[in-house]
Design a protein around this ligand. Sequence first.
Ligand code: ADP
Ligand code: MG
Length: 240
Amino acid sequence: MIEIRDLHKRFGDTEVLKGIDASISQGEVVCLIGASGSGKSTLLRCVNGLENYEAGEIRVDGIRVNRDDRSIRDVRLAVSMVFQRFNLFPNRTVIENVIEGPVYVKGEARSEATDYGMTLLERIGIVDKADAYPSSLSGGQQQRVAIARSLAMRPKMILFDEPTSALDPELVGDVLAAMRSLADDGMTMFVVTHEISFAREVADRVLFMDSGRIVEEGTAEKMLSVPENDRTRDFLQRVL
Ligand code: ADP
Ligand code: MG
């Protein structure tokens, strides 16, 4: 579903991604961990074409990701991204936020998009908030709306960039539960997170990134219990 080969990316003089190789199969949940500044967000942004890169190749569902190419539209339809900050439209209700993409980007009929949107809100446990405005919701509820909004586009995979790190601790659990239910339904997910227990319980594989390189990868069990790389060990000691 995602194929990344020898990806290099720089900002000015600084090389931020120094030859990344990674692949994610259909239905797989892969967690990406690593210190702040190691290049995790940049990698995710390259995958859905929000950033250009200088060398290497990314394929998403077989389509080569190139921002300058017309195919970028197909990439963006295949891949949804959930950010740390949820960026809901403040002047639209929850359900209006959810159907925005399907109606205005994909041209779906409003009634159909609304039906599907309500199903998603139901599934994610906030259908009672359908007509509320985002400002009346907790951060955790807003993030779940953002997840429903991503799902409404019927993506083939979802990228998550630290979806719970802007939330108060007591709100994290509901968002992780929503993500876990997506994983159980077979969604392909690439998740940047510091929630090590989520990685341990949900991820099929964990990648550890350090200074622009993936320095270790393996099953969650192996990576999080018996990491081989010194830097992985140091990092885990700090976050656990
Ligand atoms: P992470 O998500 O792992 O914290 P990022 O991908 O955000 O790391 O950043 C990796 C490096 O790239 C950092 O040194 C950051 O300062 C730099 N960087 C990220 N975005 C930009 C940008 N738009 N312009 C210049 N430098 C950037
Ligand atoms: Mg980041």
